[in-house]
Ligand binder design. Structure first.
Ligand code: SAM
Length: 365
């Protein structure tokens, strides 16, 4: 494999060679397909002098060589799963049973286990097509034995993924006993809540700034509010929902995140809000979308009236980020929205089996 610069130009071979093929310190961060550019942007912003991107054909993934302390990567907000990658120039997984290749895989697994030293892993799990085959079973048992862990192919939380790559097989050792995108602050599983990484993506799309007066309309369990404050400072943080259970969930989650005292939560209807004109710089809404929350017919008028109220309380030039899976209600806004908002961008991505659409608006008048 050749390395490439941030501009994508090849720089030749890596200086150090790994014990068994591949590039040392080559990491893979996964995002939802459609959001990978945001993860790439986070890597560049946070670790610009330590990251060299490596092109890869798989969607939803960022491959990069990292020259900093591995533990720093744990703070990535937009990465769902983080793994250490090693490439083996072998045609079949059976060849990975050679002592040299086994030693390299075990060494990588030890490296990722050291990234989260407090975690106690319960067993090794292989994530691979045909992971029940005799070859994979032998591979799993031998690796697990060298790590003094059970080989628990159904329940293990130390995950080793094997897949065909461009020049042989890619072996990915996952960091953590849970995916990196799992948030410790999530104490209440609220119906329709966003994953932490998607909430972080919405925050990113709002183009946050430290002086923000930020409002999360229809805040539910507080995912967006928490991820906004994990991004950095804000002048004012307000979450609004009209259901007490949602506000309770927000309270529990923001307390677990250590952010309760920095968020004001308010029970109100987003169609008639108790805020003065131009009170906010950034607004964000994960709109109710029919299948699990409410029905579609009221959504059309709910969306329209919420947009009108958002327009009143957003300052001119302020941003409004919306997410929904109710495409019909979103499309019905055209004409209404055009008069006061400029569409800055739209993207679509698959989330829990549904296709979500996200739009970013700027208040234009
Ligand atoms: C998709 S959920 C938001 C989930 C949230 N992003 C999370 O991660 O937990 C939509 C929320 O909109 C709220 N909602 C629906 N209609 C509303 C209205 N008219 N005013 C305020 N909140 C409303 C619901 O109570 C629900 O909590």
């Amino acid at each position: 494999m050749r390395r490439s610069t941030k501009s994508g130009q090849h720089k030749g071979r890596p200086k150090r060679s790994a014990p068994s093929g591949g590039t040392p310190n080559l990491w893979v961060g996964t995002a939802l397909p459609g959001l990978e550019d945001l993860l790439k942007g986070e890597l560049d912003r946070r670790f610009k002098d330590h990251v060299t991107h490596v092109p890869h054909s798989k969607g939803g993934e960022c491959h990069f060589v990292f020259g900093g302390r591995s533990r720093a990567l744990l703070s990535l907000r937009l990465c769902h799963v983080l793994s250490l990658r090693r490439d083996f120039r072998v045609a079949r997984p059976r060849t990975l049973l050679s002592p040299e290749h086994l030693a390299a895989i075990v060494s990588d697994l030890k490296t990722v286990m050291e990234v989260t030293p407090a975690e106690k892993f319960t067993g090794l799990r292989l994530d691979a097509a045909g992971s029940d085959s005799p070859t994979m079973q032998r591979l799993g048992s031998q690796i697990a034995e060298k790590l003094s862990l059970p080989f628990a192919n159904d329940t293990g939380d130390l995950v080793l993924a094997l897949r065909p790559g461009e020049t042989g097989w890619e072996v990915l050792s996952r960091v953590g006993a849970r995916p990196l995108g799992t948030r410790a602050w999530r104490k209440v599983n609220y119906r329709g809540s966003l994953s932490g990484t998607v909430a972080a993506a919405l925050v990113e799309l709002s183009r946050p700034a430290p002086g923000d007066r930020f409002l999360n309309l229809m805040c539910g369990s507080g995912s967006i509010l928490i991820e906004r404050l994990k991004w950095g400072r804000a002048k004012i943080m307000v979450g609004v929902d009209n259901i007490p259970q949602a506000l309770d969930a927000s309270k529990h989650n923001s307390t677990a995140a250590g952010l309760r005292d920095r968020i004001k939560l308010l029970r109100a209807d987003t169609r008639a809000l108790p805020f003065a004109e131009a009170s906010f710089d950034r607004l964000c809404a994960d709109l109710p979308w029919g299948q699990s929350i409410g029905t579609r017919e009221p959504n059309i008028s709910l969306y329209r009236d919420t947009f009108a109220e958002a327009h009143r309380i957003c300052r001119r030039g302020g941003k409004f980020v919306v997410l929904t899976q109710d495409h019909r209600s979103l499309d019905a806004l055209e004409g209404v929205v055009e008069r006061g908002w400029r569409l800055l961008g739209e993207r679509s991505f698959a989330q829990r089996g549904f296709r979500s659409r996200c739009r970013v608006y700027e208040r234009s008048d």
